[in-house]
Design a protein around this ligand. Sequence first.
Ligand SMILES: [Zn+2]
Ligand SMILES: [Zn+2]
Length: 391
Amino acid sequence: MSELGFSDEDRQLLTQLRRDLHRHPELSWQEVRTQERLSRALREGGIDQIMPAARTGIVVHVPGRDAGAPAVAVRGDIDALPITEATGLEFASEQAGVMHACGHDVHASWAVGAALLLARSPAAGEVRVILQPAEEVGEGAAAILASGALDGVHAIFGAHVDRRFAVGEVVAQEGPLAASTDTFTIVLHGAGAHGARPQESADPVVGAAQLIVALQTIVSRRLDPALPGVLTVGVVHAGRASNVIPELAELAGTIRATTPDSRALLCRELERMTHAVAATHGLRADVRISEGTPPVVNSRDGAVWAAQAVRDVLGGRALVPLGTTNMGGEDFAFYLEKMPGCFLRIGARESGGERIAAHSPRFYAAEDALFIGAAVLAQSARVASEALRAG
Ligand SMILES: [Zn+2]
Ligand SMILES: [Zn+2]
């Protein structure tokens, strides 16, 4: 593999940073040590325009060659998960019950690496490097936007490590890449009765049972079969005694979609069907849908710029198709609602390694993914900045 623009010192700094972050993971909104450690690494790398943003995040201003050229951004997320690590890595978590099981140790490190590369070989315009907290709870991106750290920025790039792909393979494509993640709770209000006298009840247990089955027809009968969607009921609570019909039944679950229209359709149909099934059983329904992250949809321009960057850094053979859409969520979606950009998948499986899924206690990213991600993101910023300047 080529040096990708890194000196030996850079490689050492980034490797140590990644391993240190992995050893000391911090949960969403608690990334205090992480923030300090990232600032230190940036300063060690000669970067000085470092500002805190969104409480435990950082925004780095890397000047461009031309003060008048449009600014672009590179984002790495930095938080960890409440999972007990089982990788057996030499630099495994020393924090009981907390783990970088989603690879954000690598994402944070490659954002620092991108800053180093861009400081040495600047883009046309300024690049803001965003170290974003609280991705796992879906709150950090909105907080970064609210902080103003991206004001005046015209495009944004970010990426995720992915062990479905080998090191050296990269996905940079237009369209949906990850799903929206809305959650719902439903309370069915009935009338309780003795279990032997159902005629005196409005039974929320039977209503809930029929509703759970009916909800499964939203994806199969209402959604265009060419579009991915998921509606999962993950929580069912009703009753405490075998001979009592309870007053209430509660359901909760998650709704996943890959376009704004299909997302709206699934939410609308969930409400409609819940009220209809409840009415059939003489029940009253309260439906609450809380909006999570939108679908991640890469813009055409963003994908073209990112794919060009992959060709520049790794050669055209590195580009691979996503295959099936990931129905997980990613709060990078909030940025892509505001500006063009691309969220890439960076292959993170070493040769002979397993396809371990993110959020597994055995998940980790191969170390070389760190340098590839940094180089591709830095180059994406350069390509986009040049294209935007040319108008
Ligand atoms: Zn995650
Ligand atoms: Zn993640």
